[in-house]
Design a protein around this ligand. Structure first.
Ligand SMILES: NC(=O)c1ccc[n+]([C@@H]2O[C@H](COP(=O)([O-])OP(=O)(O)OC[C@H]3O[C@@H](n4cnc5c(N)ncnc54)[C@H](OP(=O)(O)O)[C@@H]3O)[C@@H](O)[C@H]2O)c1
Length: 266
């Protein structure tokens, strides 16, 4: 049975492993290295073999039928984590935010590098991950990476040139949506609803409206037209949103997050 190694066994690595276990992968297929003993203990409870040292994990991985390696450490420790580490001609999937394929290919001259950008809802299997292949990766590696990342939710393939925009939209997007949900809840409270009821109403409204856009495959503006009756409540509320420029501000938020991602990657 082929094995998958993880360098870094934090939140994201654990989410991927848990998702794959749910899909029927055997725990014996995973090996994780992480300096944090609490992390190792937690993963051990899932039946995962853990290591304190990255090289030791990779040696053990190679002794099995190795499938590939996932790099799941924070950006600031990538260089440290890969120092004195030799990854042979295996797929290496990095989920490290802002770390370009070219830098990884220099650090790991033999590995078949791929880069992915998941988002936070991945932690509950409802994320969307954008994936890009490096110069040494082809269809088989992309297929493998997609299979692994499907444990976190949807997966899309993109050219690396779009990675900063993806970071600005789906990477930072959950923060924008939480902000919007919070405002809806506060609005309900301002209008006199008890907070718990306002929360329930806001959450289901966002969930249901998202499903409407997704399932009916209509442009959001068409659906908006359907709910705005002449002189009614919705058009009155929408007028306030238009007057305060919320539409443009949200567009600018995505653009600002994209620019920040570019800046951090330099
Ligand atoms: N969480 C998200 O929603 C999300 C979304 C998109 C992308 N990402 C990216 O995914 C990556 C992992 O994020 P995360 O949220 O899973 O982070 P995390 O929970 O902090 O996990 C990283 C793990 O790596 C360990 N580590 C530190 N130095 C190491 C080394 N030299 N060798 C091996 N392991 C080492 C850390 O141990 P210590 O705690 O002891 O340092 C920690 O357990 C990051 O690069 C992040 O940018 C995360």
């Amino acid at each position: 049975m082929s094995s998958v190694g993880f360098i870094g066994g934090g939140l994201m690595a654990t989410a991927i492993i848990k998702g794959l276990l749910k899909q029927g992968y055997a725990a014996e297929r995973f090996m994780v290295s992480d300096p944090d003993s609490t992390r190792r203990e937690m993963l051990g409870k899932l039946g995962i073999k853990t290591f304190q040292d990255n090289s030791e994990m990779l040696i053990a991985l190679e002794s099995k039928e190795a499938e590939g390696v996932i790099l799941a450490v924070k950006p600031q420790v990538v260089k440290e984590a890969l120092t004195d580490v030799k990854i042979p001609e295996l797929p290496l999937l990095s989920i490290v935010a802002g770390f370009p394929v070219s830098s990884l290919e220099i650090l790991l001259p033999e590995a078949k590098v791929l880069r992915a950008m998941p988002n936070t809802p991945a932690l509950i299997g409802e994320g969307i991950t954008a994936i890009t292949a490096g110069t040494r990766s082809g269809e088989p590696e992309i297929k493998w990476a997609k299979e692994i990342l499907s444990s976190l939710g949807a997966v899309v393939t993109i050219p690396e040139s779009l990675m900063d925009a993806v970071t600005g939209l789906s990477g930072s997007g959950p923060g924008f949506v939480y902000f919007f949900i919070e405002a809806l809840i506060d609005g309900g409270v301002l209008a006199g609803l008890p907070r718990q009821l306002s929360r329930e109403l806001a959450l289901q409204t966002v969930l249901g409206s998202t499903q409407m856009v997704s399932k009916l495959q209509e442009h959001p503006a068409v659906l908006r037209d359907m709910v705005t009756s002449p002189g009614g409540t919705t058009i009155t509320g929408l007028t306030e949103l238009e007057l305060s420029g919320v539409h443009g501000q949200l567009m600018k938020a995505v653009l600002a997050a994209t620019e920040k991602s570019k800046e951090l990657g330099e």
